[in-house]
Design a protein. Structure first.
Length: 610
C-alpha cells in the first residue's frame, strides 16, 4: 500500500475501499493492512465475491515456467497472480473461553473426519489465542507424518498441509512457535511465503527464513518472499530480503521489477529498474510495461509510467521493430493479452488503448502467439472471462485464438464461457466437443468440480451430446480426481442410471470416498443404494468390499464414529475383520485418532522391530 495511505486509520481506509471496484479491493487492500482486511472480509455492504475471497483465499504471486537455475531469465514466462485456497482464518474476536469449554472434551471430536479436525486446528492456529491452539493440538487427533522421499507418493491425507501458515498470515508468531514445538513443521515455500510476506510482515519473514522447508531451499524461499514484498510495494521488507542474498539481489532484479509492476507499485518498479545489474534482458522495459498493463494499476497510471519508462509505447514498439520484427509482434500480442486479462477493473479501457497497436491477422498466424495466450491463462482466469474473451475475439487477427480460449474455459471450469463459445460457430462447437470428450475419457475434465455448478455442467454436457457414464466416473477416480468422480456418480444416480454395485470400479470408487472421510452411509447415497441390512443391493455392495481394505481406506480420513459404524456393519453381515498390517495404513499416518482407535480395538498389528 502507498505510504500516504498506510498512515491512515483503518476506518478511513475501509470507507475508501467501499468506493472501489471489487477487483481493486482484491488487488490491494487485503494484501496491505491486517486491520483493513479483517474489517472488509466481514462487511455486509461489500460484494459477496470480495467477502468470500477475503475470507477464504489469498491473492498470491507465483512464477511458473521457471528453470531450475535462478539466473535463466530468458526462460521466464510473464509473472501472474495465482489463487489457491488459503488456510481458514478465525473470526475476531475469538471466543477463547467458549472454544476451550466445548472442544477440550474428547467426545466432541469423535464424529469429526480428519478434514474437519484439521480445519479446527487451522482455525485455532490463526485465532491469536494460544490456549485454544494448545487444546486443539491436544484433542484433534491429527499428526504430522514422517517426511517421505521426494519421488514417493504422498504418505497420507493432509501430508502437504502447513498448519502454521494461518498463524503467519495474522502475524502471530506465538501460535506459530507452539505448532513448531508440537512437531507440526511441514511446509513448502510457495504456500508459506505468501502469508508470511503479504500478511505477516518482516518478522514473519524472518521467522520463516529461520525454518526453511529444507536447507537447500533457502535461496528460493528468499526469492518468493521478495516477490511478494515487491508486489505489495513493501520496500523496507524487500531491501532486507535482498541483503540476505547478494547473488539474488543482482540476478533477480528484472523479475522483482515485474512483480512490482504487476502490483501497480510504479515507484518500487522504477527503483528496482535503476539498480545496477547485468541480468536485464534487452526487452526488459517492454516486459515491465506488459506487467503494468496486466496488473492492478488503472490505465492512467500505466500511461504515465509508460511515458516515464519508455518515452511512450509507440517509441518502445518502434525500437523493438528495429531490433527484430518477430520480437515486436510478440510484444504487441503480449500487451493485448495483458490488457484482456488485466487484474484491474478497467480492463476494457486498457484493451481499447490505442497505443497497444494490435498485430494483424497475418502476424497472428504463428503458433508462438497461441502459446502466449495459453501461458497467460496458466494460473487461472477472471470471473468475467467470457466477456473479456468475446471482446478479444472481436479484435482483427485474434479470432485464431478461439480454440485456445475455449480450452482455457474448459480447463478452468467456466461453464457459462464454454456454453457461449460453443454457440459462436459450428467449428468452435466441434472443437469443444472433441476436447471435452477426450477429457471425459481420460478423467481430467474439471467442469463438475465447482459445487453449485454441478447441474449447469451436466446440462452443458447434454447440450453438446456428451452423456456421462460409469466409465467416466472410473476415469476421474483413477486420476485421483475424487470430487469430480463423486459428482458424476451423484448425477448418474439422479438420472436413474444405477451402477452394478459388485463391479470392481464401484468397489474402488468406494475405497476412494472412504479415504477422503465419507462414512458408509454417504457412500451408499452416491451409489443410489438404500441403506439397510435387508436390502439386497446393500448386502451385495458390502460383501463385495474387501473388509480390511475398506477399513484401511476409512482410516485415512474418517472419523472414529465412522470406523465404529463400519466395523458394526461388517459384524452384522458376519464378516470378521482381521488386524491390519502396518503397511496397509501407511497413508493414514496423519489420522492419529483413527490409528489410536485401531490399536485400542486390536485391529492394527504392531510394527515389527519397534
Amino acid at each position: 500500500m502507498d505510504s500516504s495511505l498506510s498512515s491512515l486509520h483503518p476506518e478511513i481506509l475501509v470507507a475508501i475501499a467501499k468506493s472501489l471496484h471489487v477487483n481493486d479491493l482484491l488487488g490491494g487492500f487485503p494484501l496491505s493492512c491486517k486491520a483493513v482486511f479483517a474489517a472488509l472480509s466481514s462487511d455486509p455492504a461489500l460484494p459477496r465475491a470480495f467477502r468470500l475471497a477475503a475470507a477464504d483465499t489469498t491473492k498470491s504471486l507465483r512464477v511458473y515456467g521457471r528453470r531450475f537455475y535462478l539466473r535463466d531469465f530468458d526462460e521466464y514466462v510473464d509473472a501472474q497472480l495465482a489463487y489457491w485456497q488459503d488456510a481458514p482464518r478465525a473470526e475476531r474476536p475469538w471466543p477463547g473461553a467458549a472454544f476451550i469449554g466445548h472442544w477440550d472434551r474428547p467426545e466432541f471430536w469423535r464424529s469429526l473426519s480428519l478434514a474437519q479436525r484439521r480445519r479446527l486446528l487451522l482455525l485455532a492456529a490463526s485465532s491469536g489465542h494460544p490456549a485454544s491452539l494448545e487444546v486443539a493440538i491436544r484433542r484433534c487427533g491429527v499428526a504430522e507424518p514422517p517426511a517421505q522421499p521426494a519421488d514417493s507418493a504422498p504418505a497420507s491425507l493432509g501430508e502437504k498441509e502447513c498448519y502454521f501458515r494461518g498463524a503467519l498470515a495474522v502475524g502471530d508468531l506465538r501460535c506459530a512457535d507452539i505448532l513448531w514445538s508440537a512437531g507440526f513443521r511441514h511446509h513448502d515455500n510457495i504456500h508459506t511465503a505468501v502469508p508470511a510476506a503479504v500478511m505477516g510482515g518482516l518478522e514473519a519473514c524472518q521467522w520463516l527464513l529461520a525454518r526453511p522447508a529444507d536447507p537447500g531451499s533457502v535461496q528460493l524461499l528468499v526469492l518468493q518472499l521478495a516477490e511478494c514484498a515487491a508486489f505489495t510495494g513493501r520496500e523496507g521488507q524487500l531491501d532486507w530480503l535482498l541483503e540476505q542474498d547478494q547473488e539474488l539481489a543482482s540476478s533477480e532484479l528484472p523479475h522483482l521489477a515485474y512483480c512490482a509492476a504487476l502490483g501497480g507499485h510504479v515507484g518500487t518498479m522504477q527503483r528496482l529498474r535503476a539498480r545496477p545489474g547485468n541480468a536485464w534482458p534487452g526487452d526488459a522495459d517492454m516486459r515491465l510495461l506488459a506487467a503494468l498493463v496486466r496488473g492492478v494499476a488503472p490505465l492512467p497510471v500505466v500511461e504515465e509510467a509508460a511515458a516515464q519508462l519508455l518515452g511512450g509505447v509507440g517509441v518502445a514498439v518502434e525500437a523493438a521493430v528495429e531490433a527484430e520484427a518477430g520480437t515486436a509482434v510478440a510484444q504487441r500480442v503480449r500487451l493485448v493479452l495483458a490488457a484482456a486479462l488485466s487484474y484491474s477493473h478497467d480492463w476494457a479501457a486498457k484493451l481499447g488503448w490505442q497505443a497497444l497497436a494490435p498485430p494483424t491477422a497475418n502476424e497472428m498466424e504463428s503458433w508462438e502467439h497461441h502459446d502466449l495466450f495459453t501461458d497467460s491463462c496458466s494460473q487461472g482466469v477472471p470471473a468475467d472471462f467470457v466477456q473479456r474473451m468475446l471482446r478479444l475475439l472481436d479484435i482483427p487477427g485474434f479470432g485464431c485464438l478461439e480454440f485456445r480460449i475455449a480450452t482455457a474455459a474448459i480447463d478452468n471450469a467456466d461453464v457459462p464461457a464454454v456454453r457461449l463459445l460453443a454457440a459462436r460457430s459450428p467449428g468452435a462447437r466441434d472443437d469443444i466437443v472433441y476436447d471435452m470428450s477426450q477429457q471425459l475419457s481420460n478423467g481430467t475434465l474439471r467442469l463438475p468440480a465447482w459445487g453449485d455448478l454441478g447441474a449447469p455442467a451436466c446440462e452443458l454436457l447434454h447440450e453438446l451430446g456428451l452423456e456421462l457414464n460409469w466409465q467416466h466416473v472410473e476415469a476421474a477416480r483413477s486420476r485421483s480426481n475424487v470430487p469430480v468422480a463423486a459428482w458424476m456418480a451423484k448425477a448418474l444416480v439422479a438420472r436413474g442410471r444405477l451402477p452394478d454395485v459388485t463391479a470392481d470400479r464401484i468397489k474402488h470408487l468406494a475405497y476412494s470416498l472412504l479415504e477422503r472421510g465419507d462414512d458408509v452411509g454417504t457412500v451408499l447415497g452416491f451409489l443410489g443404494v438404500r441403506d439397510g441390512p435387508t436390502n439386497d443391493a446393500y448386502r451385495a455392495f458390502m460383501r463385495n468390499l474387501d473388509a480390511a481394505h475398506g477399513l484401511a481406506s476409512l482410516a485415512v480420513g474418517g472419523s472414529v464414529v465412522a470406523l465404529e459404524d463400519y466395523v458394526g456393519r461388517m459384524a452384522a453381515l458376519g464378516v470378521a475383520l482381521r488386524p491390519l498390517e502396518p503397511g496397509m495404513v501407511r497413508k493414514a499416518a496423519a489420522n492419529q485418532a483413527a490409528m489410536d482407535w485401531l490399536r485400542g480395538r486390536g485391529l492394527l498389528l504392531a510394527q515389527q522391530g519397534v
